[in-house]
Design a protein around this ligand. Structure first.
Ligand code: ZN
Length: 247
């Protein structure tokens, strides 16, 4: 794509005063890792790609199964049984050929996570189990890499942003989950779509340094009764990850 067409592609967002050509260049230079290419990851990845984030990593070790399709809009039935990160990468490259997509066919672990995470400017946590959410929070806090995490269940979603020196996810949820506890027992796609899209927006705000990201705040959204609630959260001094007693 030549420069003129590229300019056209992003013209409607470059026209926003808080973004402009400088902001667009900042997005082009940015590297974002989305962990979990499912119900939250699908919309988050689409909108980060649409915005022109220059490098998008996708980490997931799952194969596509039929029950994914009610919310995981990156995929089609043709890819059933195949690994999701490769399919997601193909779909996103077709959607925006001007950015770099890096598939990581892996489950982020305590061993593999640090090297992966420190290769990126920001992490979007979009997994479907509580132990992974807790681990990714820990790894991002220790690596001082900004994190946008979210969770969805039934008609409800929650979302927050963790920046170095601020409250982390463990400050909000001090209890350790049982390994493998699923976060998504039941979920309708539109709810994952809304919360995943909000994750993309928070990531873009952090990358651009604009607005008020959900730092030290927890957003609770109830889609069944349509309420948004923002709760102020504070960094706890004895948090094992971000607190003063941090190892
Ligand atoms: Zn903490």
């Amino acid at each position: 794509m030549d420069k003129g067409k590229l300019t056209q592609r992003y013209a409607r967002q470059v026209a926003i005063p808080q973004i402009g050509a400088a902001g667009q260049a900042r997005l082009q230079a940015a590297r974002v890792l989305v962990i979990g290419a499912g119900g939250l990851g699908s919309p988050a990845l689409f909108y980060l790609a649409a915005a022109g984030v220059g490098t998008l990593g996708i980490a997931d070790d799952d194969l596509l199964s039929p029950s994914n399709l009610n919310r995981q809009i990156l995929y089609t039935p043709a890819g059933m049984g195949q690994n999701k990160v490769e399919q997601a990468a193909r779909r996103l490259r077709a959607f925006n050929p001007e950015i770099t997509i890096i598939p990581h066919m892996t489950r982020v672990s305590r061993e593999s996570g640090p090297a992966l995470i420190t290769d990126y400017d920001l992490v979007v946590e979009a997994t479907d189990n509580l132990a992974s959410k807790d681990l990714i929070n820990e790894l991002c806090v220790h690596a001082r890499v900004p994190l946008v995490w979210a969770g969805v269940q039934h008609f409800e979603g929650q979302l927050s942003v963790v920046l170095p020196g601020h409250a982390c996810r463990r400050c909000i949820f001090p209890e350790l989950p049982e390994p493998g506890t699923p976060a998504e027992l039941g979920i309708i796609g539109a709810v994952a779509g809304i919360i995943g899209t909000l994750q993309a927006l928070e990531a873009l705000k952090v990358l651009l340094g604009i607005g008020t990201p959900l730092v030290d705040q927890l957003l609770l959204w109830d889609g069944l009764h349509h309420s948004f609630e923002k709760i102020q959260v504070t960094r706890t001094a004895n948090c094992p990850h971000c607190g003063q007693n941090e190892e």
